[in-house]
Design a protein around this ligand. Structure first.
Ligand code: ATP
Ligand code: MG
Length: 580
């Protein structure tokens, strides 16, 4: 179904590179991942690699997923139980005449059925697209339309509240499956359907370049884009999970991201299972005691989280962590937003391990730049390009890209060719084409590289502030602000100014025990001036109870700016907190 809109990456001046995309180049570093993939006569299927392969190899009794229920209690699913459940799900889909290339959207909380559904979908050759369950009706509908959804899997309550009213206006939608025992009219209850289905299903022989996943970007900078990924991405998921998150067979691993976002699928379903870990899935949302208790009780070894959660932990202070034993932890990683140096240092003190920042995007499908376990961590740096990944800092002049040297700020670019790179933006071919210039994929983020090859995030290209001839990245200013004991989070933007072009303005939230006052504002401004110098420090600092964020936890600076300037807010479908 997506074939018309799915094309291989063919950057200007290069051959189509299908060999490189397939991970076939001699020197690629993820080729070793192929050794663990048994490829079925040229066919490749993510679900087979994630589940069946382990069962065939005799590891069926290992726990694949330990689910922690919101209301307490837990449930373990072994690799063979997961494989059977996924196969039953595949059979349910096949019994409704669904197959290769059809797209299935999932809209539910982090329950075991969601994971079986993801893998059963892939096993049956369909394309899986997870949505965040807290989305409202409009974002759900738009995404299902963009992705030509044929199947929706959801709960009765979500269906009634958010879907029923417009369900029949989506012409492609053929089947609505409802988790549980009963279904509203016109829908099918999944519980009985699964029980009636056989736990045997012959995996559909998808080709490496067949679409497997549609992920929508976070919508931080505008309307979310639907990025298409193919089964071959599993090679890179396997490789990068092992290399950048320390996932090895039996590792107890917790990825806190929801599968509604690319992190929660690439590194919350596929990569951990392919690497045969035991993964922890917590149905509940962030709660500091629950999180700390989970690490201690489950003996989590590798933990993948995000700056927004880490800042919440910091806000609760070291005393909240004191009663807990974190000695099981051996690797901590973070993604999604810049990780403030303060957070890295703090985690070293509290967990005995620094958080290792890594950088990637929905588009890249996997981790591109990382602080690897065996690397010296430089707080504030995203780390170095993954083995086999070529990254550059480039600038565009007269339509030509040039590679910049150390310490120069430019756009972060990558040489296409790794297996998990997106193959298209759905229905947005022109936008997709624009990402590729002179053999580079342009990320839209600004960064710089130091003499030792570490990459430092500066800001999104749209967020850069130009003030009196200085280029100021909001991240640098935000990091300095949160070093002040009163500041919990900061969002920094540039506002127009007659003399300077733009001046820096900051919005902050406070740590508990602090109250906003003119004195405090002066004190924070003084602190920032000392750290950053008067040209870079914010001219004005405003207090907010919360900052506008995407549901995946990213500060939406464009919204701060639109509100500041009284401009239209643009697409706010992924906005979580809406307090001005
Ligand atoms: P949209 O593309 O719709 O605006 P988005 O870019 O936030 O949304 P994602 O693909 O979820 O959507 O996020 C990728 C972006 O997140 C990166 O381009 C970068 O700006 C930011 N990001 C991710 N990891 C890091 C990191 N470690 N340091 C700094 N920024 C990061
Ligand atoms: Mg983006």
């Amino acid at each position: 179904m997506h074939d018309s809109n799915t094309r291989a990456i063919a950057p200007a001046g290069e051959s189509s590179g299908s060999d490189r995309l397939a991970g076939n180049s001699k020197d690629d570093n993820w080729a070793e991942a192929r050794g663990m993939i048994d490829g079925l006569d040229g066919a490749l299927n993510m679900a087979h690699e994630a589940l069946d392969r382990h069962v065939i190899a005799g590891h069926g009794e290992q726990v694949a997923l330990r689910w922690l229920g919101k209301a307490g209690g837990s449930r373990d699913l072994t690799y063979s139980e997961m494989a059977s459940l996924a196969a039953q799900f595949s059979n349910v889909l096949a019994s409704h005449g669904l197959g290769k290339g059809d797209s299935l959207f999932a809209l539910m909380g982090r329950v075991p059925e969601l994971y079986a559904c993801a893998l059963g979908t892939l096993k049956a050759g369909l394309v899986f697209s997870p949505l965040f369950s807290a989305f409202g009706p409009e974002p759900i509908r738009t995404r299902m339309e963009i992705g030509s959804a044929k199947v929706l899997v959801t709960t009765a309550s979500i269906y009634k509240r958010k879907i029923a009213a417009w369900r029949h206006e989506i012409p492609s939608l053929e089947l609505v499956l409802i988790a549980g025992e009963e279904a509203p009219e016109g829908c099918v209850a999944l519980g009985p359907a699964l029980r009636a289905a056989s736990p045997e299903f012959e995996t559909v022989r998808t080709k490496p370049e067949d679409p497997a996943l549609i992920h929508f970007t976070s919508g931080t900078t505008g309307k979310p884009k639907g990025a298409v990924h193919v089964h071959n991405a599993v090679l890179y998921h396997a490789f990068s999970g092992r290399k950048a998150l320390g996932l090895t067979p039996g590792t107890i691993y917790w990825c806190t991201a929801d599968p509604g976002w690319v992190t929660g699928t690439s590194y919350g379903i596929i990569s951990p299972l392919v690497n045969r870990v035991t993964m922890i899935v917590d149905e509940a949302e962030f709660d500091i005691d629950r999180w700390y208790g989970t690490i201690q009780r489950e003996k989590v070894e590798s933990w993948y989280s995000a700056p927004t959660a880490i800042r919440m932990m910091m806000r609760a202070g070291a005393k909240a962590a004191k009663p807990y034993d974190f000695s099981s932890l051996r690797f901590l990683a973070s993604v999604g937003e810049p990780l403030n140096p303060e957070a890295v240092v703090w985690s070293g003190k509290v967990f005995g391990q620094p958080f290792h920042d890594n950088w990637w995007q929905t588009e890249t499908g996997g981790i591109m730049i990382a602080n690897l376990p065996d690397m010296e961590v430089r707080p504030g740096s995203m780390g170095k390009p993954m083995p086999g990944i070529e990254a550059g800092i480039v600038a565009r002049k007269d339509g030509i890209l040039s590679d910049l040297g150390p310490k120069e700020i430019g756009e972060l670019a990558l040489r296409p060719g790794w297996p998990s790179m997106m193959r298209s933006y759905l229905h947005e071919q022109a936008r997709y084409d624009k990402c590729f210039v002179d053999g580079w994929y342009l990320s839209g983020d600004l960064a710089m590289r130091d003499e030792d090859g570490y990459f430092w995030f500066v800001g999104r290209a749209d967020d850069l502030i130009k003030s009196s001839g200085h280029l100021i990245g909001p991240f640098e200013v935000e990091s300095a602000l949160i070093e002040h004991p009163a500041v919990a989070e900061a969002g920094v933007i540039g506002v127009p100014d007659e003399t300077a072009g733009e001046v820096v303005k900051a919005y902050v939230t406070l740590n508990p025990d602090f109250e906003w006052s003119d004195d405090l504002e002066r004190d924070i401004r003084g602190h920032a001036r000392k750290k950053l110098g008067p040209a870079v420090a914010p001219r004005e600092i405003l207090f907010r109870n919360t900052l506008p964020k995407t549901r995946s936890g990213k500060i939406m600076r464009r919204l701060l700016k639109a509100r500041e300037l009284g401009l239209p807010e643009g697409d706010i479908s992924t906005l979580e907190t809406d307090e001005t």
